[in-house]
Write a protein of this length. Structure first.
Length: 403
């Protein structure tokens, strides 16, 4: 079996490893000329954590994880307004959470690829022709690849999705925010606050700082915006939106890297009625982005790849495997997407009163009842899909044996 995967991010790397381990010939295509340099912090937990454990890469992920000792919200005058109950969230997950940078996670997955996986950077898909039993993929240099099937794991702005399923605009659900992630030399700012992880406490906008072990700081800036269109000058927009927020934010903006090193895009979800067509299937953010604000996209990407690979292992028919994968994984994604929409006002309060409510809730997070409500809001209920597959349940979720 020969498989072409478009996108060497978290979803594509995970799937390439799994399918190669099952004996498939895998070609992994990545349009970027080099591995990703734009970076951000992520909390890796839930189904992705379980899948990483099943795959065998969890120890390597744990080695690169960060311990969050102290975390707090600070107002624009630099006053500590509330602690973040991060350790309580970790405890609620029985310690099964790793805080890592996205590039570190991708490197772990890339280093875990079998040698026979063909990883090709600087390669873009320009045309897809899918038949009953094969798919023909044309690359931007004119080269053609024939495979048993094509996987579009190329992110929220998927080229494969546009070529096979239609224009991006019909699938993206804008949530009313933009976000920017970058890394800069601002370790002194987190050191001065005495915190490992710091967030601003303001209406409609937020900046978070996380100290990295190499002496730099990971920055995530999120703000409410009515227009989903991307700005021309991302650095100028950040200065305009956050310039008056005070505290250490102006210093962070002064150290902002060039625009090419800033990951700047609208906060959105991807909603599709079907994730597969003929010999093409979508994976990760390409078909099921849950929103960047939840921080759960990487976990969903690893778990989704595990589910798809598992169905391809169990099922001789590619189309049936695609259908089983979607039937198993879609309910999990839709629940995460709904939770992501419901938590927007908690993560980024839209009024002073909502900001005050969040602040008070965090101050009372030491109370078990309050702590549980916060954890449910931020973490959600764990799906059982990965555990079910690891235990050998049937591939077809409609089969009564899988109940």
């Amino acid at each position: 079996m020969k498989v072409a995967i478009c996108g060497a991010g978290i979803a594509g790397l995970t799937l390439a490893q799994r399918l190669s381990a099952l004996g498939a010939e895998v070609v992994l295509l990545e349009r970027s000329p080099t591995p990703r340099s734009q970076d951000c912090m992520i909390d890796f937990f839930g189904p992705g954590y379980e899948a990483a454990e099943a795959i065998g890469v969890l120890p390597a992920i744990q080695e690169i994880s960060y311990h969050v000792g102290t975390a707090s919200l600070f107002d624009q005058d630099g006053r500590r307004q509330a602690p973040l109950p991060y350790e309580r969230m970790v405890t609620a997950l029985d310690g099964r959470l790793c805080r890592v940078t996205r590039t570190d996670l991708e490197k772990v997955l890339r280093d875990n690829l079998p040698r026979d996986v063909q990883l090709r950077f600087g390669t873009q898909v320009s045309q897809v022709s899918s038949g009953d039993d094969r798919v023909l993929v044309t690359l931007d240099d004119g080269e053609q690849l024939e495979a048993d099937f094509l996987v579009g794991a190329d992110g929220i702005h998927s080229i494969v999705r546009s070529l096979v399923f239609g224009a991006e605009s019909q699938f993206l659900r804008y949530l009313g925010f933009h976000f920017a992630a970058f890394v800069c030399d601002a370790h002194d700012l987190t050191d001065a606050s005495g915190q490992h992880y710091v967030l601003t406490d303001a209406v409609d906008r937020q900046v978070s700082l996380h100290a990295l072990r190499d002496g730099r700081t990971a920055v995530l800036a999120v703000f409410r915006a009515a227009d989903p269109e991307m700005p021309g000058d991302s650095r100028a927009v950040l200065r305009d939106v956050f310039g008056g927020i005070g505290w250490s934010v102006p210093d962070v903006l002064d150290r902002c890297p060039p625009a090419a090193d800033i990951h700047f895009e609208p906060v959105a979800q991807v909603e599709m009625t079907c994730w597969h067509k003929d010999r093409v299937v979508l994976l990760g953010d390409a078909c099921s982005a849950v929103s960047q604000l939840t921080g759960q996209g990487p976990s969903m990407a690893v778990a989704g790849a595990y589910v798809l690979a598992d169905q391809l292992r169990r099922t001789s028919s590619v189309q049936r495997a695609f259908a089983f994968y979607e039937r198993l994984w879609r309910p999990v994604i839709e629940a995460k997407q709904e939770a992501g929409r419901d938590t927007v006002d908690w993560l980024l309060p839209g009024s002073p009163s909502k900001l005050w409510i969040r602040r008070m809730a965090l101050r009372l997070a030491w109370l078990p009842m309050v702590s549980r409500r916060i954890n449910v809001r931020l973490v959600g209920e764990p799906p059982a899909v990965i555990a079910m597959l690891r235990n050998g349940s049937p591939a077809d979720p409609a089969d009564p044996r899988s109940a």
